[in-house]
Design a protein around this ligand. Sequence first.
Ligand SMILES: [Zn+2]
Length: 119
Amino acid sequence: MMRLAGKKCNKCGRKLPHKMFKHNKKKTCKSCEYRWWRSFLRYLVQQKRLTPAERMASRVGYMGAAFLMAGQWTVEPILFILGFIFVLIQVSFRKQWNLVALQLNGLIAWTIHFIKTLA
Ligand SMILES: [Zn+2]
């Protein structure tokens, strides 16, 4: 194999040396494939543009989602209650009222369930 000239990327159309492709069968060059990395950076930039309160709400939302996920595996009411409260903070901050209703409903239902387990 003496094809040292390289090949053309099917995305950017540039003629690039072989080392710019992950392997020989690749038709898209490495720099074109790194889209996810760019979108991740864009996400970070977008996070920076948020106000501290918005950023806090977003993080609390992730925490709430984690609690809800943990709750679904353990069926532990307290995890659901914490999860619903945290997600409620996020969705009310974003004024997503349908999700606020959903979280409130879950919060009330699991609180009642929790009280029943105490009795
Ligand atoms: Zn390319």
